[in-house]
Ligand binder design. Sequence first.
Ligand code: FEO
Length: 404
Amino acid sequence: MHNVRQIAEDTFYVGVTDNRISLFENIHPLPEGVTYNSYVILDEKTALVDTVDWNFAREFVDNIEYVLDGRDLDYIVMNHFEPDHASSFGFLMEKFPNATLVMSVPGKRFAKNFGFDIDAHNCVFVKEGDTLELGKHTLTFLSAPMVHWPEVIVTLDLHTGVLYSADAFGTFGKLDGRLFNDEVDFEGEFLDHARRYYTNIVGKYGDKTMALLNKAEPLLDKIKMFAPLHGPVWRTDLDYFIDKHVKWASYTPEEEGVLIVYGSMYGNTENVAHIMANELAKRGVTKMRMYDASKTHHSYIIADAFKYSHILVCSVTYNLTLYPPVKTLLEDMIMLNLQNRKVALVENGSWAPQSGRIMTEMFGKMKNMEILNDKFTHFTSSLREDKYDEIMNLVDVIAKSLGK
Ligand code: FEO
């Protein structure tokens, strides 16, 4: 049965909710699901903007057919070919064989590589600034390479001001029937989802995201709504969400505070992390979040690495190298281009300690990472009186750097 909602003049949400998926891209946990958004525009010509995951094809087609109410589909606009959106594209092509397929020039290669027989259909390969007339509604296209794949375009309906923004302005999380940003408690329910989505999925491409935001700036008087591929549709406070994306894309911290991460086998390194957190709080540093790298999926820790200005990592040595869960996290930080943070490092090792050296080298591969304690602070096996003052000195350095 159909489940649709009008979002603007002649414009309908026909997307679906996936609350069964456990891992996005088979990596990132989705404890509260995700939506695959798609939209139909009814004019002299009809257009579908983006498709959904294959598992939801039946529900999706019910929605489209209900909105079309007997009309044929004239265009399928594919902003992005990642399979979370595009895996039902082939089914849609069969269902609506008269539809002209609209995609970017690089999109053609992606469509073919994923096995879609687009040569059997009319196709339009658009580039930046091209327009598509539906009647009252004129669609124009902006290229958005690497936000989040090379073929991505975003589509602006000049009549309604709806920007179909592909993965940009998307979030993890299901909507529970509330489609618009002003119908949810965004800061309470979705900001953490949005940050984890952006930083882990698009975070590597901050310069490309900034390029898209700069390109869209002169059009902001025309843009009334963000209609992304995941999460709420934005019809108010667009500036709020733009500001968040500018911070994330420019690797600017949202909060002056500390992300504390520890890697601990038997609790001794964990003990040091807890002592340091306690002492930081006593010095007035309360914007702080602590994670056990073995226990929390790295995507959550990455999100807070983008959020906070300071990162404290306490890690044990393991098999003469860095403890694997911490190593995975730091490799992810390198991969995602995290930069512009103040860093404090604590090494533990019972013999031949290596974690401090390796963490220092790994942070050295990231841009503009200031190591606060010159090198790293070391203790052996468990914290005892002889090293307590050194750890307190590091706490003081961190607190002072935060103005406390
Ligand atoms: Fe939601 Fe890049 O796919």
